[in-house]
Design a protein. Structure first.
Length: 198
């Protein structure tokens, strides 16, 4: 019996392999600032839905048998990838946000509250912003996830220790409460006002 080709025209793979995605993310990790943006622009075709499925496999492969500091460096690449995609003007907006969320969630496996609390809080903030902007899913649920993430960040970003991050977290949390779908609208607005005042 003849095998059916998934790609009869021979135009490359139908899904990027884990190794190809790994090479892509390692190359991304070697770029900084505008260079990273240009790298993504030059590789737009790699930012597709299959990368959502491949990212966890790549993360697992890259962090396997690494010490804590090496794992933190890899988590930093994923965080930077998420940050850039969250603001990236090219590509598909909903997919960029989904890739950002996935990258942050993976980075949080290494940057835990226990071992890297400041990184953990920054990732929670980034995750909250991504959920606030998220296009996929239910708006109400996304806002609830954003609120949880901002409240998590405030466990570390206190007024005394990180006043600027604390203020930004309060502002983001206020915005989420202002837009909140669940709960009593009056209570949500009052909570938002209180947070804005802080």
């Amino acid at each position: 019996m003849a095998k059916i080709s998934k790609n009869p025209q021979g135009f490359g793979e139908t899904q990027p392999s884990t190794q190809a995605a790994k090479r892509f993310l390692i190359a991304f990790g070697e770029k900084e600032g505008d260079e990273a943006t240009l790298f993504l622009e030059a590789n737009l075709e790699k930012l597709d839905e299959s990368l959502l499925e491949t990212l966890p496999l790549v993360f697992e492969d890259l962090t396997r048998e690494k010490d804590r500091d090496e794992r933190r460096d890899i988590a930093g690449i994923f965080c930077n990838f998420g940050n850039l995609l969250q603001q990236f003007p090219r590509g598909i907006r909903w997919l960029n946000l989904e890739l950002s969320i996935r990258a942050y969630e993976l980075a949080l496996q290494v940057c835990t509250y226990q071992f890297f609390p400041q990184d953990w809080a920054a990732l929670q903030m980034n995750l909250g912003i991504a959920y606030s902007d998220r296009i996929r899913g239910e708006r109400a649920e996304n806002l609830e996830l954003a609120i949880v993430a901002y409240e998590n960040a405030l466990q570390i970003f206190t007024r005394d220790t990180f006043p600027e991050h604390w203020a930004r977290s309060q502002l983001n949390l206020a915005d989420a409460y202002r837009q909140r779908v669940q709960g009593d609208p009056e209570v949500n607005i009052e909570q938002a006002i209180k947070l804005y005042h802080q």
